[in-house]
Design a protein around this ligand. Structure first.
Ligand code: DC
Length: 230
């Protein structure tokens, strides 16, 4: 069967990574969470004191970009890939509120995006990849055979992230999360470089009222339609 590239874009916490991971596992494709890559750069910046009050020491970060090596390793226990920053498992460290509230400004920096996009294109060069993010169907793989644009209301997404953090035994405050989701929506869709937008040829899915099983089936149907075309 021919291998294709699947690009899944949408706002934060809209459930796209769950859908993307499930599909990748089902069809034996590689899954790449590009948000985890921007989060890893943010963690690196935090750990190295590159945030200055409300700003970022851009010159220093630009200079240190070659020191940032991000990789993914499949975790047989969870059935999903874990994120590594310079060889260290950072899957939980990159999901904290501290990182969540600092990642959008990092993701607006042109030199950070250039480095991440180049790595993502490399990871997907042989196809057979499901990649989720904000600019996958528009910038990273504009010729992807299947593009999905996922939406859900900010309240539904905040509740999902709250449940996710609680399930992991982490601290969570719904109002704080909702505010963070809304702020990130704004920055992600208004930034100059690769803002979040639906690619013209993407299929839109509002999953506010769908169960995970329904979303999974919906995506599998779109996958089968695409690989069985012509
Ligand atoms: O999907 P996420 O919430 O883990 O993404 C974290 C941040 O990274 C989010 O604020 C937007 C940014 N991001 C991006 O700009 N481009 C991508 N391809 C993926 C994520």
């Amino acid at each position: 069967m021919k291998k294709i590239t699947i690009a899944i874009d949408g706002h934060s916490s809209c459930g796209k990574s769950t859908m993307a991971k499930d599909l990748a596992r089902e069809v034996g494709y590689v899954y790449v969470d590009t948000g985890a890559m921007y989060r890893s750069v943010t963690l690196f910046a935090l750990r190295n004191g590159l945030f200055t009050g409300d700003g970022i020491n851009e010159e220093e970060l630009r200079h240190r970009m070659p020191e940032i090596n991000i990789s993914f390793k499949f975790n047989p226990e969870t059935g999903r890939p874990d994120t590594y920053l310079n060889g260290e498992l950072v899957e939980n460290d990159i999901r904290t509120m501290e990182v969540s509230s600092r990642v959008s400004p990092i993701a607006t920096l042109g030199f950070v995006r250039e480095a991440m996009v180049a790595q993502q294109q490399q990871m997907g060069k042989d196809k057979g990849v499901v990649m989720d993010g904000r600019d996958i169907g528009t910038t990273v793989f504009p010729h992807a055979e299947l593009k999905i644009y996922v939406t859900a209301s900010a309240e539904v997404r905040a509740q999902r992230r709250y449940d996710e953090l609680k399930a992991k035994g982490m601290d969570a405050d719904y109002d704080e999360i909702l505010k963070n989701v809304q702020e990130r929506d704004y920055i992600d869709s208004h930034r100059e470089v690769s803002p979040l937008r639906k690619a013209d040829d993407a299929i839109e899915l509002d999953n506010s009222h769908m169960t995970i099983a329904e979303q999974k089936q919906w995506l599998l149907d779109r996958f089968n339609e695409t690989v069985n075309k012509d």
